[in-house]
Ligand binder design. Structure first.
Ligand code: NZQ
Ligand code: ZN
Length: 391
């Protein structure tokens, strides 16, 4: 019998307070200036590796800030699977420019880096010390405004940030209530230019967030119903966004699904979710520099198969809600694999050119990072069989 922790038979007490103001829809970036001016008159504008220059969004952001007398300073080059060294450099730039706020323009990697920089601004140590728990929780952070360009992580409406130390093979998540963006601007048209593959990874990520929260066994039926509805709608609109990248309606639905999948709504009444699959995936991202969603498309089906027996009741509920009455958990796993494949995501390590020669490295990283879940407790004896299902 695999190790499984069932903590509570009742919905637990909770506080629900999400302070992020979301401004959603076409051309909402035109409201950026008047929102930003509430937080000061100097801003660090943080971007990735150029997509927002190509699609013209950076020019609009710049014009908005200047129109309100805000002095912008640019920091560019945040990479997917962001590294702590870039964040430390950006903290120095922010200090030299004496900024009052950070404007993050990009996907989850840019937003997560903005959160790291926001905490790092007020301390005299590397931002990485927060993630490794060497430093105490931050006492303050710069305000963050986010202009989202990719529907995936939910970072635009949550207090989490995930950063890595590539040399030491560590990718670590961190959270503080100080890190909720003050305002997030969500214009689906700025996701039109996201490639079909990256779009698919975003859909995989949002579905995975629902699954992580859903498979926590603490009863919270409303959360479970919302999670399964989000997954059902992600199947429906996910197909559309991948094949029709400029379909505004489909892009808009996926954007909001992704935000809702990880903004606290699905963990109300629960301890927060299992998150074992994310722990396993972070090793793949840091070792092979693959996109987070690409790794999740490989790990989740394997994890579901591995826990099929213990999770059978929840799997059947999920199948009925997503596929229709009478469908079984096994059919759900098959449908998930078929859906990911249809969207162009790989569902096996081998398809992603990660061969058996890399398996020892993966197991070593899982062992080092103690990859496990909050409820479906994984340990070293589980790793080989899980890996076999992913191969
Ligand atoms: O760097 P640029 O040039 O902007 O290109 C990016 C990048 O190459 C590109 N892109 C973004 N918006 C685009 C675009 N290309 C064309 N048009 C646009 N509009 O897409 C690529 C991937 O971007 P990235 O920000 O890395 O993707 P995503 O939003 O999926 O973020 C992934 C990161 O978030 C972390 C992941 O681990 C990963 O590091 N996560 C953060 C979470 C959170 N904060 O709550 C939770 C998640 O589970 C996840 O762990
Ligand atoms: Zn994720």
């Amino acid at each position: 019998m695999k190790n499984f922790v069932y903590l509570c038979a009742y919905m637990i007490n909770f506080n629900y307070h999400n302070p992020t103001k979301v401004i959603f829809g076409k051309a909402v970036v035109t409201q950026l200036g008047r929102e930003a001016v509430k937080y000061g008159n100097r801003a660090l504008v943080l971007i990735g590796q150029g997509s927002v220059k190509k699609n013209g969004l950076l020019d609009l952001v710049w014009a908005q800030l200047e129109s309100m007398g805000i002095l912008p300073t640019l920091f560019e080059g945040i990479r997917p699977n962001p590294v702590y060294q870039d964040c430390d450099k950006a903290v120095q730039v922010a200090l030299e420019a004496n900024v009052d706020m950070i404007i993050a323009v990009g996907g989850g990697s840019v937003l997560d880096s903005a959160k790291a920089i926001a905490m790092g601004y007020h301390v005299n140590h590397s931002i990485w010390d927060f993630y490794t728990q060497k430093a105490p929780k931050p006492a303050s952070a710069l305000p963050i405004l986010a202009v989202l360009t990719l529907a995936a992580t939910g970072s635009e409406m949550n207090p989490y940030t995930v950063i890595q130390d590539t040399e030491n093979g560590l990718k670590i998540g961190y959270g503080s209530p100080l890190l909720y963006p003050k305002v997030s601007f969500l214009d689906p048209t700025y996701t039109f230019s996201v490639s079909p593959t990256q779009t698919a990874y975003g859909v995989v990520d949002l579905i995975s967030h629902c699954l992580e929260e859903f498979f926590e066994p603490t009863p919270s039926p409303l959360s479970d119903c919302i999670a399964t509805d989000i997954i059902r709608l992600a199947f429906q609109y996910g197909r559309q966004v991948v094949t029709e990248p400029e379909n505004y309606e489909a892009r808009a639905q996926v954007m909001w699904l992704a935000t809702m999948a990880l903004n606290g709504s699905l963990s109300a009444g629960k301890y927060g979710g299992d998150w074992g699959v994310h722990a396993l995936e972070h090793s793949l991202s840091v070792l092979f520099d693959i996109a987070h969603g690409a790794g999740l498309a490989i790990v989740y089906p394997a994890w579901l198969k591995y826990h099929q027996t213990q999770a059978s009741a929840k799997l059947d509920f999920l199948a009925a809600r997503v596929l229709g009455d009478g469908h079984t958990g096994v059919e759900f796993i098959e449908a998930l694999e078929a859906f990911y494949t249809e969207m162009g995501a790989h569902i096996r390590l081998g398809q992603a050119s990660i061969g058996a020669d890399k398996h020892p490295q993966i197991i070593e990283n899982w062992t080092k990072s103690k990859a496990s879940g909050g409820f479906f407790k994984l340990a070293s004896q589980d790793y080989p069989a899980l890996l076999e299902l992913m191969a």
